[in-house]
Design a protein around this ligand. Structure first.
Ligand code: HSE
Length: 410
C-alpha cells in the first residue's frame, strides 16, 4: 500500500485537530511531511517540530515526495489558490473549505476531469457526519426527495443556549467562538452563509445540480428577538436554522436557508448545541437521519482523516448524478408559509402575501403569518438586513407524511 505523505496547509483549530488525529490513527498509512502556515511566530497549543513548519507554499508544491495535500486554511481565496495549483500539478487534495468549494465547484469538477487529480471534501459539510460520501455512493439513484437539516453548529449552539438555557445571545455567540465552532467571521454562521455553502455542495451530490450560492435565499438568526422565542415556546416548538433542498416534482426542486419552527415530532428537534442533523428523504424509505458533531477541531479532523484514508484506495467523487437524464431544474416559484415579525402594523416593503392566515398588532411588535412565494421573498433583499424584521419558515413540504406536524400553527 502506498504511504501518503501529506503537505498540510493551515494549522488553526482543524489543522491542529488533524495533527492530533493522525498521530493516533495507526493504520492510516499517512503522515504529515510539511505544514505551511501564515505565521511561523504564532503560538500554538501543540508542540510541532520547527522543521516541519514553513510559510512558503513552494516548500510543499516542489517536494516530489508529497503525494497528498490537505488544505484547511480559513481564507476562501487562499484555499482556492492552493487547491487549484495542487490539482493543476496533478496532486490530489482533501479540503474542508465550504465557501471556496461552493463558489468554485463547476471549475473544480472540470479541473479534476482535466488533470485526473481528485479532490475530496466531506469535512466541508457537517463536520464529522459523512453526508457527502453517503449521498454520492449509497444514494446513487434519483429517488431522493429531500435533504434537510441543521448544517451549522455555531448558530445551533447559540439557539440552544438562548432557547433552552435562557442565555444572552451575545454571550452564546462569544462562547461559540471560544469553543472553536464559529468561523473567523461569525456573521457567516449567524447570517446563514455557512449553511448555504454546505447546502450548495450537498445539492450537487444529492441531485447532480449546481446552483450558484448567489441565487439561493439565505436568511439567518441575527434578528431573532425574545418575542419570537416566546411565540415559539407558546406554540410548543423550537426555532432552528434549517437548510433544505426539496424535490417538488420530477422536474423541479427548490432550496433555501431559513430559521424554521420545529415541532417535537421531528428528528432535528432534539439536535442541540454544536451538533448537526441531516434528514434524507427518499421515495422508498421515508426518512433517514444522520446526527453528529458538526463543528470543532477533532470532529472535523475525523472527517478529514476519512477522506485521507479513502485516498489510500484511490477513492474519488464521480459526480455521476450530474450526467443523469432529466435532472430537475431549480425554481423559486414555490409557495412557503412564513411567520414575519415586524414593527409597524403594515407588512414591510410591500411584501405581497398570497394568503394571510393570522395577524397580530400591538404598539411595539406585530406579526403576520401567511403564504407567499419564495420568489416574492427574494424580491425584497431589504428584509434580510432589517433588524426590526424576523422571518421564520413554517414547514409544509411532506408534513402530512410526518408525525408531529405543526398543526397548532395554522
Ligand atoms: N462554523 C462552522 C459551524 C464550522 O459552526 O458549523 C463547521 O463547518
Amino acid at each position: 500500500m502506498t504511504e501518503l505523505n501529506i503537505g498540510l496547509f493551515g494549522l488553526g483549530t482543524v489543522g491542529q485537530g488533524i495533527y492530533r488525529v493522525l498521530e493516533r490513527a495507526r493504520n492510516a498509512h499517512a503522515s504529515i511531511s510539511r505544514i505551511c502556515v501564515r505565521s511561523l511566530a504564532k503560538k500554538r497549543d501543540i508542540d510541532i517540530p520547527a522543521n516541519m513548519l514553513t510559510d512558503d507554499p513552494d516548500d510543499i508544491f516542489n517536494d516530489s515526495a508529497i503525494n497528498l495535500i490537505v488544505e484547511v486554511v480559513d481564507n476562501a481565496e487562499a484555499s482556492w489558490r492552493i487547491v487549484r495549483r495542487a490539482l493543476e500539478q496533478g496532486i490530489p487534495v482533501v479540503s474542508g473549505n465550504k465557501a471556496m468549494i461552493a463558489r468554485h465547484l463547476p471549475e473544480l469538477i472540470a479541473l479534476q476531469r482535466r488533470t485526473g487529480a481528485a479532490l475530496l471534501y466531506d469535512a466541508s459539510s457537517c463536520g464529522s457526519i459523512p453526508v457527502i460520501r453517503n449521498l454520492e455512493e449509497y444514494y446513487d439513484n434519483d429517488l431522493l426527495l429531500e435533504v434537510k437539516g441543521i448544517l451549522n453548529g455555531s448558530s445551533n449552539y447559540i439557539l440552544s443556549r438562548v432557547f433552552d438555557h435562557g442565555e444572552d445571545y451575545g454571550y452564546a455567540l462569544k462562547r461559540a467562538q471560544e469553543l472553536g465552532f464559529a468561523e473567523a467571521d461569525p456573521s457567516f454562521d449567524i447570517k446563514g452563509f455557512d449553511s448555504l455553502f454546505k447546502l450548495v455542495i450537498i445539492t450537487v451530490h444529492a441531485l447532480g445540480v449546481y446552483v450558484d450560492p448567489g441565487r439561493v435565499f439565505t436568511y439567518g438568526i441575527s434578528a431573532i428577538s425574545d418575542f419570537d422565542i416566546k411565540y415559539a415556546r407558546e406554540k410548543g416548538v423550537k426555532i432552528k436554522l434549517v437548510a433544505q433542498v426539496v424535490k417538488l416534482d420530477d422536474d423541479r426542486f427548490t432550496l433555501f436557508v431559513m430559521p424554521e419552527f420545529v415541532s417535537p415530532g421531528k428528528y432535528i428537534y432534539s439536535v442541540d448545541d454544536e451538533y448537526n442533523g441531516v434528514v434524507i428523504r427518499g421515495e422508498c424509505y421515508d426518512r433517514q437521519f444522520m446526527f453528529g458533531k458538526g463543528a470543532g477541531g477533532l470532529p472535523t479532523a475525523s472527517s478529514i482523516l476519512s477522506d485521507v484514508t479513502a485516498r489510500l484506495h484511490n477513492y474519488r467523487y464521480e459526480y455521476k448524478k450530474m450526467s443523469y437524464e432529466g435532472r430537475p431544474a431549480y425554481t423559486t416559484d414555490v409557495s412557503l408559509r412564513i411567520y414575519l415579525r415586524h414593527k409597524n402594523p403594515e407588512v414591510p416593503y410591500g411584501l405581497k402575501f398570497d394568503k394571510i392566515l393570522e395577524r397580530y398588532i400591538s404598539d411595539h411588535t406585530c406579526y403576520t403569518v401567511g403564504d407567499l412565494s419564495l420568489a416574492e421573498l427574494m424580491l425584497h433583499p431589504e428584509l434580510l438586513s432589517d433588524p426590526d424584521v424576523f422571518i421564520c419558515n413554517i414547514p409544509r413540504f411532506f408534513e402530512s407524511d410526518d408525525d408531529g406536524s405543526l398543526s397548532n400553527i395554522n
